[in-house]
Design a binder for this molecule. Structure first.
Ligand SMILES: Cc1cc2nc3c(=O)[nH]c(=O)nc-3n(C[C@H](O)[C@H](O)[C@H](O)COP(=O)(O)OP(=O)(O)OC[C@H]3O[C@@H](n4cnc5c(N)ncnc54)[C@H](O)[C@@H]3O)c2cc1C
Length: 470
């Protein structure tokens, strides 16, 4: 190993080139700081290379293939033999990732951010060492931002090194379509995988663990999602204990106990839900006296500072992360605050989206959470079946649900499933941020005909004024 004998000096050092890290670096550079970004693998992190982008590409391919079933409705013929070539989709994935990561590299260059390849660890609370093959360089910093993300590992004990046993983002690496995919989990990641592969033509079975009868969303959404999974012919086992998943010659034997008794399933592939485990072990955080939780996550303030105010942390590595949308927001806040601006992030109004059988979007309090917090609530749901544009697209499954505080009419939550639900959520996020009342939401014009009108009528319905609601 060759040790650099003098330290490079930077205003701000960012460790990790995922969405948290590169947003932090660019924002700090926009504000005039000299920044270096250290990445040990590929720029873009888990998000661009393995998870968010591949999963949404697959979801879109599934939705596109499924939309072919509607062609006849619109008088379009000749689409009966369409099918998916997974290797071509993988090729498209590689091209897309290449284009996006090259785009991020170009942005870093444009903002004169020094791009350092290597693995970083703290030497002290003002120095970081970067190791790449035989080289070891020292960097001195005024401030540092840790954005090293997490690895997604299953809760369940799984046989390792088995090509048919999958977790995390593994399904998005497959080159051949599974015949029968059995998934154990209920989070948005598992639901997206189940939906995409089912739309591709794979037989899909979903197992919800012993504690779970349903999904982690608002109850009304959960019920509609369960109905849509059944309509998609995805078999769901509720409250089920997994006994084992044993790879055999060309299949996996899955043994489980559901409320209906013990069952054995044979699948071509088995997937187990994963949880993020923080990438903190190799950082030598103790050299900078940075505290972690017992699981290794870094606690942060609303300004994204760690217990050492000159060192920030953002994204999956923190005790307040788990989604790229949070990593991006926290990254910008860290970049701004480290550059001297007054900047904070609000943990409460974070949208969750999932491209399940139909897209799903949720922000603010669920009805159950609002009641639990002591609110007296008004709720209303508007079915897409009553929306004119949903009829035009022949895509009428789903609904928009809104929750407000009874006494003040202030919006508390938005939960929707069905076409347009992800696009609509931004209006709800803004309304929640501004403490919007129902009258603020129903006053403006809404384009006609459009799915936007489902949001309008869901909110109008809270005052008993929805024209098309039943
Ligand atoms: C299948 C799947 C689908 C998902 N879909 C979505 C979605 O649709 N929307 C959403 O909001 N979230 C989604 N997520 C979550 C999302 O991927 C993460 O929240 C996001 O990637 C976190 O960003 P980050 O910048 O904190 O970390 P990462 O993206 O993990 O980036 C961290 C980077 O740091 C680098 N690094 C680590 N240690 C070091 C070191 N010592 N030195 C130098 N570099 C280092 C790593 O190589 C990596 O490139 C999904 C996750 C999965 C598994």
């Amino acid at each position: 190993m060759v040790v650099g004998d003098f330290a490079h000096e930077k205003d701000i050092l960012v460790i990790g080139g995922g969405p948290g890290g590169y947003h932090a670096a660019i924002r700090a550079a926009q504000l005039g700081k000299e920044v270096a970004l250290i990445e040990r693998k590929r720029i873009g992190g888990t998000c661009l290379n393995e998870s968010c982008i591949p999963s949404k590409l697959f979801a879109n391919a599934g939705a596109t293939l499924q939309s072919a079933h509607k062609f006849e409705t619109f008088g379009i013929t000749g689409s009966s033999s369409l099918s998916l070539d997974l290797s071509k989709l993988q090729h498209q994935k590689s091209e897309l990732i290449h284009a996006l990561t090259q785009g991020v590299e170009a942005l870093l260059k444009k903002h004169k951010i020094e791009r350092v390849q290597g693995s970083a660890s703290f030497i002290s609370d003002s120095e970081i060492g970067v190791e790449e093959q035989e080289r070891f360089e020292k960097y001195k910093f005024e401030k540092a931002i840790i954005a090293t993300g997490a690895v997604y590992q299953p809760d369940t004990n799984l046989p390792s090194g088995e090509a048919r046993v999958l977790t995390g983002a593994d399904p998005y690496e497959l080159e051949e379509l599974p015949e029968h995919l059995v998934l154990y989990g209920s989070d948005y990641i598992t639901l997206e995988i189940a939906a995409s592969f089912s739309k591709f033509g794979t037989k899909v079975t979903l197992i919800l663990d012993e504690e779970k009868e349903s999904f982690p969303f608002d109850q009304t959404l959960n019920r509609e999602l369960m109905r849509l999974l059944k309509k998609q012919q995805i078999n769901v086992y509720k409250k089920t204990k997994l006994l084992h998943a044993l790879p055999k010659d060309d299949m996996v034997e899955i043994s489980l106990v559901s409320p209906k008794g013990e069952t054995t399933l044979e699948a071509s592939h088995f997937y187990a839900m994963a949880q993020p485990q923080p990438n903190t072990k190799s950082l030598r955080l103790e050299a900078a006296s940075i505290e972690t939780t017992s699981a290794g996550f870094i606690p942060i303030t609303t300004t994204t500072q760690t217990n050492n105010p000159r060192i920030y942390a953002v994204g999956d590595v923190t005790a307040s992360g788990g989604l790229a949308v949070e990593a991006i927001k926290q990254g910008k806040v860290a970049g701004e605050h480290a550059a001297g601006e007054n900047s904070e992030w609000d943990p409460d109004i974070c949208p969750v989206i999932a491209h399940t059988v139909k897209p799903l979007a949720s922000v603010g309090l669920t009805e159950e959470e609002a009641l639990h917090e002591g609110y007296e609530v008004s709720t209303n749901q508007f079915p897409l079946a009553s929306n004119g544009y949903a009829g035009i697209t022949a895509d009428k499954d789903g609904m928009v649900k809104v929750i407000s505080e009874k006494e003040t009419d202030v919006l508390l939550g938005y939960h929707a499933i069905g076409t347009g639900s992800v696009e609509l959520i931004s209006t709800a996020i803004q309304a929640l941020e501004m403490g919007g009342r129902i009258e603020d939401m129903i006053y403006p014009y809404y384009p006609h005909p459009s799915i936007n009108e489902a949001w309008l009528e869901a909110t109008e319905g809270l005052l008993g004024k929805a024209v098309h609601g039943m």
